[in-house]
Write a protein that binds this ligand. Structure first.
Ligand SMILES: CC(C)(COP(=O)(O)OP(=O)(O)OC[C@H]1O[C@@H](n2cnc3c(N)ncnc32)[C@H](O)[C@@H]1OP(=O)(O)O)[C@@H](O)C(=O)NCCC(=O)NCCS
Length: 174
């Protein structure tokens, strides 16, 4: 397997980000239906310059924990694990997005399963978690399909676009 490919399941592959992905990355990320589900650190609007800066950050990572998702040979989104600090050093937070034209084809489910196995096998961690905004039923469904447990609800912990929401916490451990 090409050493830039980290995992594959049928038509879904996780691999390192390439310069040739940046046009599609900026197009798919520049969508409020995507950004409304993510932290404010995710730029809105999302420009080609934002995509270039993102790749520079990824290229400087060691070990790399941010990857591109490919579906049927095409770049369709990103997935990442962010390892915790201090006493949280054996935990990671999973993050992901898929370009809207590719939603509801089972891509995120395969990508989250692949990233979860890769993380447990390669990063010396014992827990992977995600905090999902309560209105994001699709992402909650993805995590449930991937065997993540709903651990609880952080009431009113999210302020997004001036409104308050609960956060639903999911985790998987080994
Ligand atoms: C959330 C997201 C990653 C899902 O990606 P995807 O490739 O469409 O996910 P999948 O196709 O693997 O699974 C989606 C599941 O959610 C279900 N779903 C979709 N919309 C739904 C809704 N409004 N209510 C309930 N379930 C819904 C689908 O039916 C599917 O479940 P099923 O297989 O049981 O039918 C994608 O919509 C996205 O990138 N959203 C914006 C960014 C984001 O939310 N990132 C995650 C932050 S925690």
């Amino acid at each position: 397997m090409d050493n830039r490919i980290i995992a594959k399941d049928g038509n879904v592959m996780l691999r390192e980000l390439k310069d040739s992905d940046l046009h599609e990355l900026s197009e798919y990320a520049n969508n409020e239906k995507v950004s409304v589900n993510l932290r404010d650190a995710f730029p809105t609007p999302y420009t080609f310059e934002n995509a270039k800066s993102f790749k520079e950050m990824v290229d400087s990572q060691n070990p790399k924990t941010f990857f591109a998702i490919e579906y049927q040979g095409k770049y369709v989104g990103n997935i990442s694990l962010s390892i915790g600090n201090d006493v949280y050093k054996k935990s990671a937070e999973i993050g992901y997005f898929i370009g809207e034209p590719f939603w509801n084809k089972g891509i995120a489910t395969k990508a989250v399963n692949l990233m979860t196995s890769w993380g447990f096998n390669n990063l010396n961690i014992v827990r992977i978690h995600s905090g999902v905004f309560d209105f994001n039923k699709s992402s909650q469904r993805v995590l449930e399909k991937c065997g993540y447990s709903k651990e609880g609800i952080f009431l009113k912990s999210i302020c997004k676009n001036g409104k308050i929401y609960d956060e639903v916490r999911y985790a998987k451990t080994i």
